[in-house]
Design a protein around this ligand. Structure first.
Ligand code: C2E
Ligand code: CA
Ligand code: CA
Length: 739
């Protein structure tokens, strides 16, 4: 029975398959008739298809067969069986109860007198009427051929009608679907209904070009089922099956539907320019579906698509950030242009806001946490700045806000981030840098303002955490000078304009010199000193820091030998390294190589890193520093307390010492600050770390530092960064007394 269910609804004329037999039901209470009929029809085929005979010996038995077997083409029916009119009762059953309108009926009677009334023949759509004696093989053949031809036509008509019903039904169903996605998913179901076999597939559509660019847009997958499901929302090009992608692209291009044996590609024309396409595949052959029917289906569906406005929604998609469900960069540009057009010299400003150290937070606390933080930030920005503002996400952790300058200014932006954000129940302190640009320069394109806003934001970032920069012409020219700086940096390096200064590090218990920190200096050709805070970020961006870093490490270690010789003991040399250097997988090897080349004992080198090394990926960083520490090098965490120190992070980093940032040392001068600094010291000691106070400028501070339990220091009080000669002079003069 299962086999029959599978076959149901499947016409026999599928290309390439064994032709399905015509099913003929022979109903007669005379066993001889069955035998004779089987003999006459057994091996012939009609209209290219063989015959399959089913035998019933009573009307009751025939009724059961009709209930269980589908697609019976012809019933060869005896009129008189268990009762005078048993045959006619069966005819009524076929037509009235079972509604088998296509099945042809050929009545056979023993004598002419048993023939039914002409009216009955017409009413029940009886095909033919023969006396048994007339049923020779030749006659039977002609009779059956006529009956089968008409059965076949009726079936085709019926399938078309069913198809049309499916189409009407599909329209009703699809019109009720809200939104593009639901529509497209519903459509996949409707296609399955139309082709009559289980299928899975993808639907893709081409968004219209935006107003201000005429470039063709890439097709996007708007819905998918079965094995295609993971590709929903992807670009068509990302589909992992080139053949299917090509079929869809062709359908979109040629505006054509193609049905193959196990797959079909539909094209739904929306208008002369617009349309979308669907690809479905099946495990069973797709039955032949009337070509006209498919065309009606496709254009009808396209009509329905107008209701959800597929293309309008795709357009809308082009303006929405998928992850956060808010306006994106394109939407921002449209909004900027709109505002500028309304009031070219208005009070509106554009702010580009970028979260500080987002990459670090993401790395330390995980991407899920990072995503939630972005979401929280988006919501907060939306709520914080007064009415009439417009918030968009640009990329990553960068947002844009447009609003009135009274509501949107450097103060309000920093205030927006003054309270910690709550993420996953954690109160996360957040800061951000922002670039502001006033939209009052006449009808300049929005893209220009956006560029300037970015520029100001980048400058703000370069000056530290929680900075806001307002765009000005000075700033623009400053940026140009930075670009020049980048250009001259390499040639400056190659022409030897860089050198190192050494700042003493003092043991506060016995006022002894223990080491020095190497600090990079740049004296330009005209003699001006360019501060590291200005050129190091540029050296990092250009990658030059990698070469420079190796060179200065060598320089510092060679100087260490000479300084140690002058001091008559082994000095420790602290060297700063940038995250860009640490990101290189050969970083630890490079350091070890330089140690060997300069014959430096590993314990005489201390590497200074900042928390931002985590940008390089915490696990990779940990590996590098563990290798160095095994070799004997010590690692110090610089500027401790200024970034997003997370305790778990501090715990994982393989470090030996903490350098307490100058701001915390200065804070020892007030009560409130002292508590924090004390806490840092307690924390460091608890973790077994050596502590070094930075920026000790006065005796009072020195005493405070000792009092809270920090035993090493660096600062102007003891010595400024000096060149090698000055350092040796300074040391000889003090004769070992440094405070
Ligand atoms: P840092 O590593 O925190 O270096 C300490 C900075 O504080 C130095 O500034 C030093 O001159 C300054 N300083 C030392 N004692 C005092 C004091 O008592 N009072 C005050 N007000 N300042 C003091 P510098 O040399 O301008 O360096 C700035 C930053 O540049 C360094 O901060 C470091 O992050 C970076 N840097 C310097 N040299 C290198 C280097 O060779 N490689 C790398 N990657 N970065 C470097
Ligand atoms: Ca340092
Ligand atoms: Ca520092």
């Amino acid at each position: 029975m299962d086999e029959l269910l599978v076959l149901e609804g499947e016409p026999g004329d599928v290309a390439g398959l064994m032709p399905m037999p015509w099913r003929i039901l022979v109903v007669d209470d005379d066993a001889d008739v069955h035998e004779v009929t089987a003999f006459a029809l057994g091996s012939i085929s009609i209209l290219g298809r063989p015959l399959e005979l089913l035998h019933a010996h009573s009307a009751g038995q025939a009724g059961k067969i009709l209930d269980n077997v589908a697609e019976i083409a012809v019933v060869l029916l005896d009129v008189v069986m268990e009762s005078e009119d048993a045959g006619l009762q069966l005819v009524k059953l076929v037509r009235n109860d079972r509604r088998l309108d296509s099945t042809r009926i050929i009545l056979r009677t023993g004598q002419a007198g048993q023939a039914p009334e002409a009216e009955t023949i017409a009413r029940y759509d009886i095909n033919d009427y023969k006396t048994k004696s007339e049923l020779t093989q030749a006659r039977l053949f002609t009779s059956l051929t006529t009956a089968l031809r008409s059965y076949d036509q009726l079936r085709r008509l019926e399938r078309s009608r069913q198809g049309l019903e499916i189409i009407v039904n599909a329209s009703n169903q699809l019109n009720a679907k809200p939104g593009l996605r639901a529509f497209a998913e519903g459509l996949l179901t409707q296609i399955t209904a139309l082709i009559g076999v289980e299928s899975e597939g993808v639907i893709c559509a081409v968004p219209l070009p935006l107003d201000n660019d005429s470039a063709p847009r890439e097709p996007r997958i708007v819905a998918a089922s079965g094995r295609f499901t993971p590709f929903t929302e992807h670009r068509l090009a990302e589909l992992n099956d080139a053949r299917i992608a090509a079929a869809l692209a062709t359908a979109l291009h040629d505006r054509r539907t193609t049905i193959e044996r196990f797959s079909a590609t539909f094209f739904f024309p929306k208008s002369d320019e617009e349309g979308f396409a669907a690809f479905v595949e099946t495990t069973q052959p797709i039955p032949e579906v009337d070509r006209d029917l498919i065309d009606v289906f496709c254009s009808n569906i396209a009509l329905c698509a107008k209701n959800v406005d597929l293309v309008a929604e795709l357009r809308r998609d082009a303006f929405v950030d998928r992850q956060l469900g808010m306006p994106n960069r394109t939407a921002l540009l449209v909004e900027l242009n709109r505002r500028i057009q309304i009031d070219p010299h208005g009070k509106d400003v554009l702010a580009i806001i970028d979260i500080d150290q987002f990459a670090t937070i993401n790395d330390i606390l995980g991407h899920h946490y990072g995503d939630l933080l972005l979401r929280t930030t988006a919501v907060h920005l939306g709520e914080f700045f007064g009415a009439g503002k417009f918030v968009a996400r640009l990329a990553g952790d960068a947002f844009a806000v447009v609003g009135d300058r009274d509501a949107l200014n450097p103060e309000s932006i920093q205030r927006c981030f003054s309270d910690p954000f709550e993420v996953m129940g954690i109160r996360q302190p957040i800061s951000a840098c922002a670039g502001l640009v006033a939209l009052d320069r006449g009808s300049e394109p929005g893209a220009e303002y956006l560029k300037d806003g970015y520029l100001a934001m980048k400058r703000a970032k370069d000056s530290g955490l929680a900075q806001t920069m307002v765009f000005s012409n000075d700033l623009a020219s400053d940026v140009r000078s930075r670009a020049r700086l980048l250009h001259s940096l390499r040639s400056a390096y190659e022409s030897g304009q860089f050198f190192l200064a050494y700042q003493p590090q003092i043991d506060l218990i016995d006022d002894r010199l223990v080491g020095a920190e190497a600090l990079l200096r740049w004296r330009a050709a005209d003699g001006t000193m360019i501060p590291p805070a200005r050129f190091i970020p540029i050296a990092e961006k250009s990658g030059l820091i990698v070469d420079m870093g190796r060179w200065l490490l060598r320089e510092a270690l060679l100087a260490r030998q000479r300084l140690s010789a002058a001091a008559t003991f082994e000095l420790r040399m602290a060297v700063n390294v940038s995250p860009v250097q640490v990101r290189r997988p050969d970083f630890a090897n490079m350091v070890i190589e330089v140690l060997r080349e300069t014959a430096t004992p590993a314990s005489a080198l201390e590497i200074e890193i900042t928390e931002s090394v985590a940008i390089a990926g915490l696990d990779a960083v940990i590996g590098q520093f563990e290798a160095l520490r095994r070799y004997g090098v010590t690692v110090a965490l610089d500027d401790f307390g200024t970034g997003y120190s997370s305790l778990s992070y501090l715990d994982r980093l393989p470090i030996d010492s903490l350098k307490i940032d100058r701001s915390f040392v200065l804070a020892l001068e007030c009560d409130q600050g002292e508590r924090i600094t004390r806490t840092i010291v307690v924390l460091g000691r608890e973790m077994g770390l050596r502590l070094i106070a930075e920026g000790v400028e006065s005796l009072a501070l020195r005493d405070k530092v000792v009092e809270i339990g920090c035993h090493e220091a660096q600062g102007y009080l003891f010595g400024r960064p000096m060149n090698e000669r000055e350092f040796i002079d300074w040391f000889t003069q003090r004769q070992g007394k440094f405070a």
